[in-house]
Design a protein around this ligand. Structure first.
Ligand SMILES: [Zn+2]
Ligand SMILES: [Zn+2]
Length: 285
């Protein structure tokens, strides 16, 4: 080994010892300097990184995408678990984002149009192209419903996941359904009045109907069968009001009589009541 090499080696060793002695001090000084430099030149540094990353991405796009795809494929389970946890912890944000996306893409309106088109098609099929009630020939689509001919609708609906309209079309319109209006549907499956309580409830209902319509007639159409007449909330908050009164329909009629038949209520048949409700939902959207 010649002399200058020896000297350099010694110097290196000396520097190393000195560095190890003051390591913490030097590192903290560097860190402080870096931090100060970063804070002072933050925008410049970030822009530089951004520009560099963009350039790098453009040049290596295919490679990066392939790598990302492979990583996602290899870690599908882990990613799914992580996403589920994130969604659980950010449930409000997820809902807000979904709502915003739906509004932006008009999803609700599109879904409504799709549902309406499906209903129209199924109704037309089950009424031989007339889209009207089999009994009374009422032909307002909003007042029509699909009726199970053998009265097994409750059981059938439990087995049909996506809804009866969807099921009917998918299964090529099986002949177990027919089109009825809500009035005729109710009359077909009306509850039989057997017990004393049921008789007294029926009497109370008729008394209440007469208080609001002495001639026992629907406020919007010529319907006069008291079986299908009902009391309608004029300002449309019936659902919440009925919920706040115990005892179901009978409880509601008792409440009206107890409050001396207040204004704000009218007699309507089930068809007109249903049409009104659908219109109200449509307008509120
Ligand atoms: Zn009918
Ligand atoms: Zn009516």
């Amino acid at each position: 080994m010649n002399k200058p090499d020896e000297k350099r080696k010694k110097k290196r060793e000396y520097d190393k010892i000195r560095y190890l002695e003051k390591r913490d001090e030097i590192l903290s000084k560097n860190r402080k300097h870096n931090k100060e430099y970063y804070l002072k030149n933050r925008d410049k540094i970030l822009n530089h990184h951004k520009a560099y990353n963009k350039e790098y991405y453009i040049i290596n796009r295919d490679e990066i995408l392939a790598k990302t795809k492979k990583r996602q494929k290899d870690n599908r389970d882990v990613i799914k678990i992580r996403e589920d946890i994130w969604r659980k912890n950010n449930i409000k944000r997820v809902r807000d984002n979904k709502r915003e996306w739906n509004l932006l893409n008009n999803v609700n309106e599109k879904a409504r149009q799709k549902r309406f088109a499906l209903k129209t098609e199924v109704m037309r099929h089950y009424s031989n192209g007339t889209s009207s009630c089999k009994n009374c020939k009422a032909n307002d689509l909003d007042a029509l419903c699909l009726d199970h001919i053998n009265n097994d609708g409750t059981e059938h609906r439990k087995t049909v996941g996506q809804g009866v309209y969807f099921w009917a079309k998918k299964n090529n319109f099986p002949p177990i359904l027919q089109v009825l209006c809500w009035n005729c549907n109710f009359l077909k499956s009306r509850p039989k009045i057997i017990t004393k309580n049921q008789r007294s409830d029926a009497k109370m209902k008729e008394r209440t109907l007469k208080a609001y319509s002495p001639e026992l007639k629907c406020n919007s159409c010529p319907e006069t069968n008291p079986m299908v007449l009902t009391i309608d909330h004029v300002n449309g908050n019936g659902k919440n009001h009925r919920k706040s009164i115990a005892g179901g329909s009978a409880g509601f009629y008792r409440w009206l009589r107890f409050n001396n038949f207040p204004s704000g209520y009218q007699v309507m048949c089930l068809n007109c009541n249903c049409k009104r409700e659908i219109n109200r939902i449509r307008c509120s959207k």
